[in-house]
Design a protein around this ligand. Structure first.
Ligand code: AMP
Length: 499
């Protein structure tokens, strides 16, 4: 499936270095989208991915099928840059799957861009996967031992290989066979020559919703993608559900035993999902506001204004302000044209980005007691700068409130987080973090507060990043193997010119 751009040069040492960096991280937070039965399947997928862009800014891809012809285009970059009208016209057919991928450090390259495509003896398939498979390393070693040639460093690729090797006859049975081998998180959409198949793992880690558009069907990571294309939301896929849409009919399969518990990722509601989405049947915006209200009850403070960290703290700050009856002021301004902090691959650039990203209004905060509300603290980089900005702008007191509990562990199921050691709350107590940030007071939402709010959700949650209670144990299997892939040289990679 390699494009002409996927020209392989380079040396093994460079690849191993990249793999070592990769092994230290868990990424692959992604957005997926699928269309069954619409004449403009590629265009709709393009729009759907556009709406899901916040879930992944590194690469984008669309695969389509008209039953006879199958096409895919994947490239590094934002959806709007990756696809042109000309490319979309060359993606034929009434069925499509699309993917946006999010990654920070380690290898971020075209070979990991999805959908992954393969031709199997059951026909061609393209898979778009969101989530992390915790036993991908072990399966990968097993596959390679049996002669499979893996061309990416992504855990999602093992699914394609398991599926290709399955002895089941239909694509859905092959997929189910493959999924029964993997452990971890998956919400996925798979395209065959005549069907769209979608699945959610039995724990239900990542979201996946279903909608109708005319006679066609749409699946998407988040409902905001339905709104953009005017599709009517039907329902969420249930944990462990597999749906098969073929010849205009949707079939539901429940091939797996139920998981010991449901484990919907609560960080989707806290930070990751778009506030205009309904995730597992609940408004993300309302949930965040509710967290702000609980936070105000747990950590009240006398202050003149509540200021959100735009945009991540908006809804929680509003909830905090309403509950505490303190005016809400957007006294911290964000430069809209600077990308999210995490996208930058090196720490030094990240600090720079935070500095150019925000500005505090001296007129508004001068001499005032400010409550700064943010959704989460990861390394502490953002709030360290923002507390400083507030003080520099003349705030007399700066109180930091965080609408999630201290983030003490990495996510192994599909949210991009740094290693445990890099998490400030893993290394420091709340009081130490307050001192590091230079805040007058610091209050995190309690885990009980979060779980109380989550009781209104349709499913049980995973809050492992705050509680260390990992629903699927992450053992040595989770460590990606030492890969010896050739380093991919991409067109603007000048460092490779001499090699
Ligand atoms: P930090 O500056 O390292 O403390 O990161 C906290 C900031 O990053 C907050 O603005 C969060 O909204 C945001 N954030 C939290 N988790 C993530 C994530 N997994 N990916 C990208 N941004 C995140």
């Amino acid at each position: 499936m390699s494009s002409p751009l996927e020209r392989m040069v380079g040396c093994e040492a460079a690849a191993q270095l990249a793999a070592a960096r990769e092994a230290d991280r868990y990424h692959d937070a992604c957005g997926i989208f699928g269309v069954y039965g619409h004449p403009e399947a590629a265009h709709l997928t393009y729009l759907g991915l556009y709406a899901l862009q916040h879930r992944g800014q590194e690469s984008a891809g669309i695969a389509t099928s008209n039953g006879r012809e199958h096409a895919v285009h994947r490239a590094m970059g934002l959806v709007g840059d990756v696809f042109s009208e000309k490319i979309l016209r060359r993606l034929p057919g009434r069925h499509a799957v699309g993917h946006v991928r999010y990654s920070t450090a380690g290898e971020s390259s075209l070979r990991n861009a999805q959908p992954f495509c393969a031709s199997t003896d059951g026909g061609p398939v393209a898979i778009a996967h969101n989530g992390n498979l915790v036993n991908a390393g072990a399966i990968r070693r097993e596959l390679e031992g049996r002669g499979s040639i893996l061309t990416s460093t992504s855990d999602s690729e093992v699914l394609v290989h398991l599926l290709a090797r399955s002895r089941e006859s239909t694509p859905e049975d092959r997929l189910i066979d493959a999924l029964s081998r993997v452990k971890g998180a998956y919400s996925l959409a798979m395209l065959t020559d005549d069907a769209l198949i979608a699945a959610r793992d039995p724990f239900g880690f990542r979201p996946l919703s279903l909608a109708r558009l005319g006679d066609g069907w749409i699946v998407a990571s988040e409902t905001c993608a339905f709104d953009l294309i005017g599709a009517d939301y039907e329902r969420d896929l249930e944990p462990g559900e597999v749906i098969v849409i073929r010849r205009g009919r949707l079939r539901t399969l429940r091939p797996f035993p139920p998981a010991p518990r449901q484990a919907f990722c609560i960080f989707e509601q806290i930070y990751f999902a778009r506030p205009d989405s309904n995730v597992i049947g609940h408004s993300v915006y309302q949930f965040r506001k509710e967290l702000g209200r609980i936070l105000a009850r747990e950590h009240p403070v006398a202050a003149d204004m509540v200021v959100p960290v735009l945009d991540s703290g908006n809804a929680a700050a509003l909830g905090y302000a309403e509950e505490s009856v303190i005016p809400y002021e957007t006294a911290l301004i964000r430069n809209q044209y600077v990308k999210r902090t995490f996208i930058e691959p090196s720490a030094s650039i990240r600090d720079f980005r935070v500095r150019i990203k925000h500005n505090a209004s001296r007129q508004m905060v001068g001499g005032k007691r400010v409550v700064l509300v943010e959704d989460s603290i990861v390394r502490g980089t953002t709030l360290l700068k923002l507390v400083g900005l507030m003080r520099h702008a003349g705030a007399s007191e700066v109180h930091v409130r965080v609408s999630s509990p201290p983030n003490i562990g990495p996510c192994h199921y599909g949210i991009d987080t740094p290693t445990r050691e890099e998490l400030i709350a893993h290394r420091h107590s709340v009081e130490e973090i307050r001192q590091i940030l230079g805040a007058d007071t610091l209050g995190y939402l309690s885990i009980d507060g979060l779980r109380g709010a989550a009781r209104n959700l349709k499913h049980g949650i995973c809050d492992a990043c705050f509680s260390d209670d990992y629903p699927i144990p992450v053992d040595a299997d989770a460590e990606p193997p030492q890969l010896s892939l050739f380093r991919l040289v991409e067109p603007d990679d000048e460092s490779a010119l001499g090699s």
